[in-house]
Design a protein around this ligand. Structure first.
Ligand code: FES
Ligand code: FES
Length: 161
């Protein structure tokens, strides 16, 4: 079978990347398999679970629903880059302190989604947090601790304003 490939150039976590990809390869498979950035996870592969959450041009996306080839020229950020920047350090600390992760499979997606929520709503209510995170599945924690952690950070960030 003939495999169609495409040459792409993009930035991933601030680094320029040039690669030849299978035209059908998803963005999340590309960052995991070709760039060895394995913090973005692959769960459902159908856009349902949120495990593959990452950012493209500043917008939170599901990496399993985008093709790597679509990201030619784009600015991609994965959990590795966003956490290295320190942007999530308070959220990461709160997740740890509130026991908001067990296996950690959902955690990168939860963190990026929570950060996206804060970008649009600086003072979300508990209900809004629950609603916003509802597209990210966690099979371990029962969600309460995750909502607790995000609510804690919402309050902390507002107290610092
Ligand atoms: S693996 Fe992408 S949403 Fe589940
Ligand atoms: S901590 Fe295991 S899936 Fe959420």
């Amino acid at each position: 079978m003939r495999v169609h490939t495409q040459d792409i150039a993009l930035t991933v976590n601030g680094e320029t990347v040039r690669h030849t990809v299978d035209a059908r390869k998803s963005l999340v498979d590309f960052v995991r398999d070709d760039l060895f950035l394995t913090g973005s996870h692959v769960g459902c592969e159908h856009g349902v679970c949120g495990a593959c959450t990452m950012r493209v041009n500043g917008v939170t996306v599901r990496g399993c629903l985008m093709l790597a080839a679509q990201c030619d020229g784009a600015r991609v950020e994965t959990i590795e880059g966003v956490s290295d920047s320190g942007e999530l350090s308070d959220l990461q600390r709160a997740f740890e302190q509130r026991n908001a992760l067990q296996c950690g499979f959902c955690t990168p997606g939860m963190l990026l989604t929570a950060q996206e929520l804060f970008a649009g709503n600086g003072a979300p209510t508990r209900e809004q947090i629950r609603e916003y995170l509802s597209g990210n599945y966690c099979r371990c924690t029962g969600y309460h601790a995750i909502v607790d952690a995000v609510e804690t950070v919402a309050k902390q960030r507002n107290a610092q304003k």
